[in-house]
Design a protein around this ligand. Structure first.
Ligand code: PHE
Length: 342
């Protein structure tokens, strides 16, 4: 005669094989979940058997408990297997394919302005110039006053900027570094100073309220305008090619006398006239001239003994010329589609 316990254990085995069949037939994840509820849910078949534990003699409990736990564990592991399978068939470890190309990290690149600046610095270094820097937040004295632009001078209007209080301005040009350099040392001086400058400008394709300049200064005995021309031409040829030409036009800056603006022949069209040079064949780079004795006076140089030339250049314009960029704004928008071309 079989005991009640043997009966129960037999039933459990039947349920277990029924479960196996049903799980084999189950296709979709919902069906597997349905089986879980049917057998192991709160009112599930196997769960129901746990209530027998209270109805059988105490000495039989451990045996039934053990059987129930084995069946429950079996069902759980089968359902879990199927669950994992549904999620991807195989574990990600099995899916690793060493022959697939790797994920290439995107490398950073230099900004076109940095590329041009690097070349400008190299060329001037090869001509015997050192590189100096100065602050972007500058005093009124260095940005204007010492450059012979006293308060209320009309030429200040061309270089309006942000005033941070009475005597501090966002520098409008790199020329203050001329003064800072001359204050620190005696001639001979051959220095360039690259950096960012700020002006009140209405934004358009060729104007932006911040841009970059490279300042140049040479002070020694017997320095002439011919030296200025020579250095600028040598520089332009090295940067843009041997057939590049330069031209000087008379102009005015309070800190140079005489003053000029200088242009480089358009390399985009071979100076024939195109969109980049707006049909003129020439690109304005910036100003230059012989250092005004009034500036020497501010730094205590003897203008009877020394002469010097100074020049500025717009880095953004040179970059635009070199890379045929027709809108300055793109240099400041951090658009990766543009930047990754360099
Ligand atoms: N600082 C002038 C400007 O920004 C350019 C310049 C530099 C002119 C040096 C003469 C000498 O417009």
């Amino acid at each position: 005669m079989t005991s009640k316990l043997d009966d129960i254990i037999k039933q459990l085995k039947e349920h277990r094989s029924a479960f196996d069949d049903e799980l084999n037939n189950a296709q979709r994840p919902e069906e597997v979940e349905g089986l879980r509820i049917k057998y192991l849910g709160r009112k599930g078949i196997i769960t129901g058997y746990f209530s027998f534990l209270g109805q059988i003699p105490a000495d039989e409990k451990p045996r039934l408990g053990k059987e129930l736990n084995i069946v429950k564990g079996y069902l759980q592991s089968k359902i879990k297997e199927r669950g994992d399978g549904q999620k991807g068939g195989k574990s990600s470890k099995d899916l690793f394919d060493a022959t697939l190309p790797g994920i290439e990290p995107r490398l950073g690149r230099r900004h076109p302005l940095s590329l041009v600046l690097r070349d400008i610095k190299e060329i001037f270094k090869s001509l015997g110039f050192v590189v100096a820097t100065g602050p972007e937040l500058e005093t009124d004295y260095y940005n204007f006053e010492a450059l012979n632009l006293p308060k209320n001078h009309p030429a200040r209007d061309l270089q309006d900027t942000l005033y941070i209080g009475e005597n501090l301005v966002m520098r409008t040009h790199t020329s203050p570094v001329q003064v800072r350099t001359m204050e620190k040392q005696q001639p001979p001086i051959r220095m360039i100073s690259p950096g960012r400058v700020f002006r009140r400008d209405t934004v358009d394709a060729s104007h932006y309220p911040t841009f970059h300049q490279v300042e140049g200064l040479c002070v020694d005995q017997g320095v002439s305008f011919a030296d200025l021309r020579g250095v600028i031409s040598a520089f332009a040829r090295k940067l843009l090619g041997e057939d590049v030409r330069i031209r000087f036009r008379p102009s005015y800056f309070p800190f140079t006398e005489p003053s000029a603006e200088y242009d480089i022949s358009c390399t985009n069209c071979g100076a024939k006239g195109c969109r980049v040079c707006k049909g003129s064949g020439w690109l304005e780079i910036s100003g230059a001239g012989m250092v005004n004795p009034a500036v020497f006076k501010h730094v205590g140089y003897d203008s009877e003994k020394y002469t010097g030339y100074a020049f500025g250049m717009g880095v953004d314009r040179i970059a635009m010329l070199r890379y045929q960029i027709s809108d300055i704004r793109i240099l400041y928008e951090n658009d990766v589609r543009f930047l990754q071309q360099f």
